[in-house]
Design a protein around this ligand. Structure first.
Ligand code: IPM
Ligand code: MN
Length: 356
């Protein structure tokens, strides 16, 4: 198979984890006889430094010739006082919008080998396996009006949803629930927010078309609590943009580290794959970041964009073998991890590639 992929390493630990991710991709290409043509582009602070824009036209143009985008991270404290349109994050938000990727899928899985890395008790987390469907192109992130009053004393952000925007993500979540354990939990704040009441209406409307899926509705504050109280109750969670952003970071700690989670952002055409973690400026450049979220993002790309099942499974198997052999990055090490088993980002990647 021939596929063209755009890699946008971005900021902070992004380049370090993307180096590992692309090496894993090439190892898969060698083992299975594929030809993955990777081009690199600029986004975020890395793009600002070179072009003065967080999402350069060149990057948009590069998106025309490819089949999927793999992204590292965006964000750099150096630019945090920039005007909104010149913040690194704007590069990512603009790219999501440009690609039309409205469905952000974030699987949460507790690896048996990593149970000790979670701050929660093993009995609570063992076997956890659920998936977020986060709406990615509406809500507070994009609603207008937004901004600051002329005297700077008042700020406004707008949460806005149309039924159509809710319907398309909810339908994907129902589909996934039907293929999994036929349980869908919709998270909202319908006791307070009109957007959530609209959201709930659409979920109830759609539920009629999926009579074999059991739907529950949960307020977001309760969901935040339930995720650490009894995470095994969840299978598919569907929620709006900002709730999904917050809950998925929380869920990463159920799994043991923010560095573990991957995501797929799907729309009607080219999809975008990225780890859930941010740019982690505190450890950037030290070769200490956990590349697993980036590696699993590659696996999601092979599965969702290219339909390569054996290749996807090969990554998961190699990852499982690496963890079973006891290799860890620093974020996953516990008091029981032998110091010589705590590896740098790149060495962890090399171990995993040997298994592929
Ligand atoms: C994420 C990130 C982004 C988001 C930021 C970097 C804009 O936190 O992908 O979860 O809030 O969506
Ligand atoms: Mn986030």
């Amino acid at each position: 198979m021939n596929k063209r992929i755009l890699v946008l390493p971005g900021d902070g630990i992004g380049p370090e984890v993307m180096t590992v991710a692309t090496a894993v991709l090439q190892a898969i290409a060698v083992r299975f006889g594929h030809n993955f043509i990777v081009t690199q582009g600029l986004i975020g602070a890395a793009a600002l430094a070179v072009t003065g824009e967080p999402l350069p036209k060149q990057t948009i143009a590069q998106c025309q010739q490819i089949e999927a985008v793999l992204l590292g991270a965006v964000g750099d404290p150096h630019y945090e006082h920039n005007a909104v349109s010149l913040r690194p994050e704007q590069g990512l938000l603009g790219l999501r919008q440009h690609l039309g990727v409205y469905a952000n899928i974030r699987p949460v899985q507790v690896w048996p080998q990593l149970q000790a890395a979670s701050s929660l008790k093993t009995a609570v987390i063992e076997g956890v396996n659920f998936i977020f469907f986060r709406e990615l192109l509406a809500g507070l992130y994009f609603g207008k009006p937004r901004g600051r009053s002329s005297d700077g004393e008042t700020a406004v952000d707008t949460m806005r949803y149309s039924k159509a925007e809710v319907r398309r993500i909810v339908r994907l979540a129902f589909q996934a629930a039907q293929q999994r354990s036929k349980k869908l939990c919709s998270v909202d704040k319908a006791n307070v927010l009109e957007c959530s009441r609209l959201w709930r209406e659409v979920v109830i409307e759609q539920a009629k078309q999926w009579p074999d899926v059991a739907v529950t509705h949960m307020y977001v504050d309760n969901a935040a609590m339930q995720i650490i109280r009894q995470p095994k109750q969840f299978d598919v969670i569907v929620t709006e943009n900002m709730f999904g952003d917050i809950l998925s970071d929380e869920a990463a700690q159920v799994a043991g580290s923010l560095g573990l989670l991957a995501s797929a952002s799907l729309g009607d055409r080219i999809a975008l794959y990225e780890p859930v973690h941010g740019s982690a400026p505190d450890i950037a450049g030290h070769n200490r970041a956990n590349p697993i979220g980036a590696i699993v993002s590659v696996a999601l790309m092979l599965e969702y964009s290219f339909g390569l099942k054996a290749e996807t499974a090969a990554i998961h198997t190699a990852l499982s073998q690496t963890l079973t052999a006891g290799w860890r990055t620093a974020d996953l090490a516990t008091a029981l991890t032998p110091p010589d088993h705590v590896l740098d980002t790149s060495v962890f990647g090399q171990k995993l590639i040997q298994y592929i």
